[in-house]
Design a protein around this ligand. Structure first.
Ligand code: TYM
Length: 327
């Protein structure tokens, strides 16, 4: 089975990324041949700082390994190192409609908050479709916010297959049962995010224990006193999910453990469970990040493998679309 997922290097990584992304990457790599892509080309679709992009790309590689990816087992690479991604994006843009892209909620949300809306922000889902389709992917582990992009990827693949002949496998998104959408601690009706969330409500994977404690201490809760996962309790439900993600316990397990207890103790114990999760990750991160030479060597190995695996699919795309090939 082929597994593929991508994550942007810019923006500090947070608990939402851990729940929907990192945690699932480490688990799914056990299930088959896995590819994890640092999507640096996606990162330039919104304003960014070039020096920051360079550093964050290495940070993200280190964080992927620190959260459990084994670069000997999985292919971990940067998107810009494999030119097939940019090429596939252009080719697929001919089978993606303007109307489909205009309906993407992530585009609508992100473009509202930008003064300069780049064309790249609009065509971003086409690049993502290419990422996935180039590897004949079966499953894509992601958070729920990527569902619409996954559906578009399948539509684009089907259209290409029916127009030019069977070329792509149709991928399925894999969403975690719990923690597929971690919410902002201050505004639990919004997802935790570096772009759309609040600073106090976003718990970063590299936050120090004190910062984590403070953020949970001031987390918004709901009226009532019960620690119960329910639609009318978005704040508490989110904290229960976070505790479930960080301890591996079930929702029922957490609810019965805190039955009859107050919000204060629950919030502080949730913070401690997150600290216990993050401390070893942070220690491994520092160790790996400390050796940029080794990181570059691993990136080069990943790029080589990814280029080799994606090449035949890109070649079929060109051929079926009628381009003269020289090789
Ligand atoms: P990105 O970089 O925004 O997020 C990386 C992963 O984290 C998940 N995630 C969340 N999960 C739960 N709760 C949250 N609050 C939360 N916030 C983020 C995301 O769902 C994602 O799995 N477009 C993608 C990157 C991408 C990609 C791909 C993904 C590019 N090409 C191909 C899969 C396959 C993105 O911007 O993810």
């Amino acid at each position: 089975m082929r597994i593929f997922s991508g994550i942007q290097p810019t923006g500090a990584k947070h608990l939402g990324n851990y729940a929907g992304g990192f945690r699932q990457y480490a688990a799914t790599q056990e299930q088959g041949e896995a590819f994890f892509c640092i999507v640096d080309l996606h990162s330039v679709s919104v304003p960014y700082d070039p020096a920051d992009l360079r550093e964050r790309t290495l940070d993200l590689f280190a964080l992927l390994v620190a959260t459990g990816l084994d670069p000997d087992r999985s292919t971990v690479f940067a998107q810009s190192h494999v030119s097939a991604h940019a090429e596939a994006s252009w080719l697929l843009s001919s089978v993606t409609s303007f109307g489909e892209l205009r309906r993407m909620t992530q585009f609508k949300e992100k473009s509202e908050s930008q003064e300069f809306v780049s064309a790249g922000l609009f065509t971003y889902p086409v690049l993502q479709a290419g990422d996935i389709l180039l590897y004949q992917t079966d499953i894509v582990p992601v958070g729920i916010d990527q569902r619409q992009h996954l559906e578009l990827t399948r539509d684009v693949a089907e259209r290409f297959n029916s127009r030019y002949g069977e070329t792509f496998r149709l991928p399925s998104g894999v969403y975690p049962e719990i923690g597929a959408k971690i919410m902002d601690l201050q505004e639990p009706e919004k997802k935790m995010s570096t772009t759309g969330g609040t600073e106090q409500g976003t718990v970063y994977l590299l936050d120090s224990p004190d910062v984590v404690r403070r953020k949970f201490k001031v987390a918004v809760t709901d009226s009532g006193r019960e620690i119960r996962h329910a639609e009318d309790k978005p704040g508490i439900s989110n904290l229960i999910e976070i505790m479930t993600v960080s301890t591996g316990d079930s929702i029922d397990g957490v609810q019965s453990r805190y039955d009859g207890q107050g919000y204060g103790a629950f919030k502080s114990e949730t913070a401690e469970s997150v600290i216990a999760l993050l401390e070893p990750i942070q220690a491994r991160f520092r160790e790996i990040r400390d050796d940029p030479g080794e990181l570059r060597r691993l990136l080069a190995l990943g790029a080589e493998k990814a280029a080799e695996v994606s090449r035949p699919t890109l070649e079929s795309m060109y051929e079926r679309m009628g381009f003269v090939r020289l090789g």
